[in-house]
Design a protein around this ligand. Structure first.
Ligand code: FES
Length: 321
């Protein structure tokens, strides 16, 4: 038995549909007659389209699709199922090759009709049905798998805690508060200027030979210790190393036996009397005395000025005998 043509299958389906409804079956066109092209006596009448059967190709295909979709639609054509399967292996192969849930094509429907097997159910697979079904956003969110955050390590947790805005804000606030408190505390503590004591010992008188100026105590206490003759009397006295012009510190020039101020050139003799430059008056003396232990003791808290006649005060010198 040869392979049925599409035309034959359609005609058969129409005939079966008409038989179901109790109508006369439409005449079938003989393929052989048509192929022979004989005279009008042998040529079978061309089957007219049964209007009552509704058997257009479109209708038949729609019925076949409905059958495939529902499995028992009233418009389905049972004739195809009654047909013996010509090539069941090929049909099954095609059905298996077709993806499940996909709408069968015309060729497949015709092939199924030729083979007499029902069309593959058009029921979509679960995944495809779920995909096509309109899903509300809430349901989609619920169905979406939740992201499972990886557990933080201790180091990551510490870093996240430290770098959090809350902690950083508190650190900034604590730092500003501490700085403010420190500034306040520093403001409450007065500046302390450490000055050398005004009273200090400079050794015994023999440490200062005649007509010599000792600069030993100048850097620390700001005095020169001089052993010279003043007003006909050899004496040891302490000259304060501050220029009487504007307060610079003069230098002792041993070769020239004078004090020379580097600021404006004032000059002073070894006795402290000014003799050149802008200095208006002699250098000042500090109080000096011989302590009970035989050492010389200087007291800068007492000063003696030559122009005031204070160098005559015994506290301004220690006589050398
Ligand atoms: Fe010494 Fe002016 S300060 S000469």
């Amino acid at each position: 038995m040869g392979k049925k043509s599409t035309k034959d299958i359609l005609a058969q389906l129409r005939a079966e549909a008409a038989a179901k409804k109790g109508e006369p079956a439409p005449q079938q066109e003989s393929a052989a007659g048509a192929a022979a092209g004989g005279g009008p006596a042998e040529k079978p009448a061309v089957p007219k389209k049964p209007a009552a059967a509704g058997g257009s190709t479109k209708d038949i295909l729609a019925a076949a699709r409905a059958q495939a979709a529902g499995g028992g639609a009233p418009a389905a054509k049972p004739a195809a199922a009654a047909k013996p399967a010509a090539k069941p292996a090929a049909g099954a192969k095609a059905a298996a090759a077709k993806p499940a849930g996909e709408r069968p094509s015309v060729q497949e429907m015709l092939r199924a009709a030729r083979e007499g097997r029902p069309l593959q159910p058009a029921e979509p697979p679960r995944e495809a049905a779920a995909f096509r079904k309109p899903v509300s956003p809430a349901a989609a969110k619920k169905a979406r798998p939740e992201k499972t955050a990886a557990p933080l390590t201790r180091r990551q947790a510490l870093i996240e805690t430290i770098t959090s805005p809350f902690v950083m804000a508190w650190v900034a606030f604590a730092t500003a508060t501490a700085a403010f408190l420190l500034a306040t505390l520093r403001f409450l503590i007065p500046n302390i200027l450490v000055e050398p004591p005004s009273r200090f010992k400079i050794g015994i008188p023999s440490d200062y030979p005649p007509d010599m100026v000792s600069t030993k105590w100048t850097p620390e206490f700001g005095v020169w210790v001089v052993n010279t003759v003043y007003e006909g009397q050899r004496q040891i006295f302490a000259l304060i190393s501050v220029c009487t012009h504007l307060g610079c510190t003069p230098n002792w020039l041993d070769g020239e036996q004078k004090f020379k101020c580097p600021c404006h050139g004032s000059g002073f003799y070894i006795t402290g009397i000014n003799f050149e430059g802008p200095a208006p008056r002699p250098l000042e003396r500090a109080a000096i005395a011989l302590a009970p232990d035989g050492t010389l003791e200087v007291d800068k808290s007492q000063k003696f000025q030559q122009e005031m006649g204070q160098w005559e005060n015994p506290s301004s010198y220690v006589p050398v005998v």
